[in-house]
Design a protein. Sequence first.
Length: 357
Amino acid sequence: MKAALIGVGQAGGKVASAIRAADRAAGYDAIRGVLAVNTAESDLAPLDVETMLVGQERVKGHGVGADNELGASIMQADVGEVMGGLDGVVDPATEAIFVVAGLGGGTGSGGAPVLARELRRVYETPVYGLGILPGRDEGAIYQANAGRSLKTLVRETDALLLVDNDAWHESGESVEESFAAINETIARRIGLVLAAGENVEGVGESVVDSSEVINTLRTGGMAAIGYASAEAAPDASENINVVTSTTRKALMTGMSVPQTERAEAGLVIVAGEPDRVSRKGVERARKWVEEKTESMQVRGGDLPLESDRIGVVIVLSGIASSTRLESFMERAKAASESVDREDPTAAFDNDELDGLF
Ligand code: GDP
């Protein structure tokens, strides 16, 4: 799937660069171009991708702190410049544009929804969000920002793929310590989804194609991805259970939004050597996910790659609010109330979390 990535803010830039690095290392070359946009000059400096500094008149390259309203306002003012910087990032072959951002901060949280809206106005290709939710131990302002940003970004994108910062980090590490590891994990897993349709070696009916990813995400709303892998026997006929049990593990313990159980649509991608991937296993896994998520349609396919393991990626779209998402939204609401009390002039509605615009 030929994709353009636009990272907004610190996490956005880092995750977008990590995705491209993983894509290149694996040899998929699905990523057409990457642009990192930020209000903080120092966050752009270490990135190995094209960069653009915005809001220079207002914040002089020093960032917006955790002020996502300022982040939104700066993006609004400079969105023409950002769109003008997309030559060579988005091209006629681009099949999807991803706006990548951490939702808890300022620049990405506020800027991503503004940019997504403009991208959708201008481009025919789908515009997806890849949004990172703060871990439960991050401060109140991050929770409140992320709640408002999520609400806005889901409205302004064709689908919003969420990754919870608590989902894929090793226990014992703080979220900050594990950012690099989390980014690496996000990059490899998203990389497998983007590899759909790019893997030229395996051509066949069952090989997953980029249109299947796009059709899965067509439900809109929030989406999540899951992953698990296991050792596989050399012969496909011995791997029916490997495929089905790995699929179960991906859904039960490997989702980017933990406790995601129901969805409108899904896609099960089984990655591995064609000789090892059991078609019967893929079909059973697909059906199991369909039943388990009470989904209207779950697609299934394989992704040929060289490995003695089998990896299963599950994309779920139109995910219903899970226990985890509900508790996040509760935290976000409570946090925005406490932020309100500190700043009684803030125009929050305490009963319902407001969108950003
Ligand atoms: P911004 O630069 O103002 O957009 O804000 P940041 O991107 O620094 O932070 C926003 C959110 O992203 C916070 O919830 C952080 O915990 C999270 N975050 C920051 N850096 C990273 C990162 O490298 N990886 C991940 N997964 N999350 C990050």
